[in-house]
Design a protein around this ligand. Structure first.
Ligand code: ADP
Ligand code: MG
Length: 243
């Protein structure tokens, strides 16, 4: 009978149940479980393991440079962000509302940490995300554009609930880059969320994009439904090293 059960489980693709059937059966026998409790254990194992698998797949696909969480973020060191703010972020209602977050500040204040934590924890909550450094994003957009695949490239990005764009502003952009970036922001506007980190404040965006008109158009869309966070303080990398 066990062979037939395994064969049928395979037919309906319940592989986690196949792998755990022996343990679940033994547990039911040893504890005199009711038929309903047995079935409940069986289904719970299959469903839990399936969602764990999906989450690890989404985390791999998000291409996060490292794993960071909100709990690891020391709010006693970084005072520009509050516990209340982080708790609001953790509800992910801003993702449902397609809102953006713009994290600005000097190096080491935790912009990338918070951006990764938001993406990582969003995935744990059933959303999808993709992490890009601004430089890699520009490179990939230029390649796609030269190959005539830019619309398809945008389409794949737009499948994610959240796009993290890290370190905007380190290098000034050429007009072609700014124009591609504007198209991306325009497609995401009110449709998907973006977290953007930058060492530049808004008044410096004109020089980054090499064009005040395009910078204004980008800012206009990004900021319409957004939470700008200006982060100040000493670099966390220097923690304990500054006397
Ligand atoms: P930024 O992107 O602003 O340059 P990062 O987020 O890369 O800074 O932070 C640099 C390092 O310091 C990372 O390893 C990050 O995890 C850590 N870090 C920064 N701020 C905090 C903080 N408030 N609490 C804990 N770790 C922090
Ligand atoms: Mg950073």
């Amino acid at each position: 009978m066990i062979e037939r059960v395994n064969r049928n489980l395979k037919k309906i693709r319940c592989y986690h149940t196949i792998n755990n059937l022996e343990i679940i059966l033994k547990n039911a026998n040893d504890n005199d479980l009711s038929y309903l409790s047995f079935l409940d254990n069986l289904l719970k194992t299959e469903c839990d393991l399936r969602s764990q698998r999906k989450i690890s797949l989404y985390i791999r696909q998000a291409k996060l440079p490292s794993i960071k969480s909100f709990d690891e973020f020391d709010l006693t060191y970084q005072h520009s962000v509050t516990k209340r703010q982080i708790n609001e972020w953790k509800t992910f209602s801003w993702l449902d509302k397609r809102e953006n977050k713009i994290l600005m500040g000097p190096p080491g204040v935790g912009k990338t940490h918070l951006a990764i934590a938001a993406a990582y924890e969003a995935i744990q909550n059933g959303y999808t995300a993709l992490f890009y450094s601004m430089n890699d994003l520009i490179d990939d957009m230029v390649i796609a554009n030269h190959q005539g695949n830019f619309p398809q490239f945008l389409k794949t990005l737009l499948k994610k609930d959240l796009l993290v764009i890290d370190e905007m502003g380190f290098l000034p952009l050429k007009p072609e880059h700014s124009s591609l970036f504007f198209q991306l922001i325009n497609e995401f506007y009110e449709f998907r969320s973006i977290i953007l980190t930058s060492n530049k404040l808004f008044n410096e965006w004109g020089s980054t994009f090499g064009d005040q008109v395009i910078a204004t158009a980008i800012l206009d869309r990004l900021l319409h439904h957004a939470e700008p966070v200006v982060m100040a303080g000493d670099s966390y990398r220097m923690k304990g090293k500054i006397n």
